[in-house]
Design a protein around this ligand. Structure first.
Ligand code: FPP
Length: 252
């Protein structure tokens, strides 16, 4: 049965963020090297992007490589970068054909030159697409992003472009890596770990969190739809009272 039929298209999350975790454990279960898990993770990315476009999600943000991931063994980092270069090269024509716009956030300067070049090519090629925006977080960490945002605002104050009183949430949003994106409505993390691991910390203030034990290489369209259905059952109040609760309170 395709879970798609249980999704209410009027109540879709506009922005879904994804922590793709469990590649290493998936490979280990099969007696293989960790990179085998990353290689198989590409298929899960393909299926998830297609599923998101299929139901009309507008923004998908993928945590592909964290600032902390640079500390993994040299061979794993190098192979992961090669895999990203390959995946961007192979997938971009199909993404473009399907109206997907590719973006990247993170310290892109720190990526190997070829990776950066391929990424820039793909970003340029897909820049006018509007069906779905896929943002890949590469060499990204939320604290790195917040520190950079603080520096940008401090420079504006130092040059007297703004007064400290003018600093508000909107201004902070405008200097974040995700300035062009709405905050995520739903964040999915695979592999059973229950943490945010330095991903989009500012942006997830009111995001619904969904954790699944499925390892990333096994994650498919049906898992994605299951997360959306779970999200649609929840009531989002953004710290406020819902109408019913408010009426009851006023009656006393
Ligand atoms: C986490 O699993 C996964 C990563 C660090 C890499 C994710 C990268 C891909 C899925 C490659 C393709 C990406 C794109 C955008 C084309 P882990 O190694 O931390 O697994 P573990 O927790 O089981 O060790």
């Amino acid at each position: 049965m395709d879970l798609k039929q249980h999704i209410n298209t009027d109540k879709l999350p506009a922005h879904v963020a994804l922590i793709m975790d469990g590649n290493g454990r998936w490979a280990k279960q099969r007696g293989k090297e960790r990179i085998f898990g990353h290689e198989n993770g590409v298929e899960a990315v393909r299926d998830t992007v297609k599923a998101a476009a299929d139901i009309g999600v507008q923004y998908l943000t993928l945590f592909a490589f964290s600032t902390e991931n640079w500390c993994r063994p040299h061979l794993e980092v190098e192979t992961l970068m090669d895999l990203l270069i390959q995946a961007i090269g192979n997938e971009t024509p199909e993404l473009h054909k399907n109206g997907v716009r590719l973006q990247a956030i993170g310290d892109l300067e720190s990526l190997p030159e070829l990776c950066r070049e391929k990424l820039e090519e793909a970003i340029k090629l897909t820049a006018n697409n509007t069906k779905l925006v896929v943002t890949v977080a590469l060499s990204y960490s939320a604290r790195w992003e917040i520190v950079n945002a603080a520096k940008k605002i401090a420079e504006k104050v130092a040059s007297k472009t703004i007064h400290p009183d003018q600093i508000d949430e909107e201004m902070v949003h405008s200097v974040m890596e995700t300035a062009s994106l709405p905050d995520p409505d739903l964040l999915i993390r695979t592999s059973g770990e229950l943490r945010l691991s330095n991903f989009l910390l500012w942006q997830v203030a009111y995001t619904e969190l969904y954790f699944t034990p499925v390892y990333w290489p096994d994650f498919r369209r049906q898992h994605f739809f299951q997360a959306i259905i779970d999200y649609q059952r929840r009531e989002r109040r953004f710290g406020k009272l819902d109408n019913k609760v408010a009426v009851t309170k006023n009656n006393f």
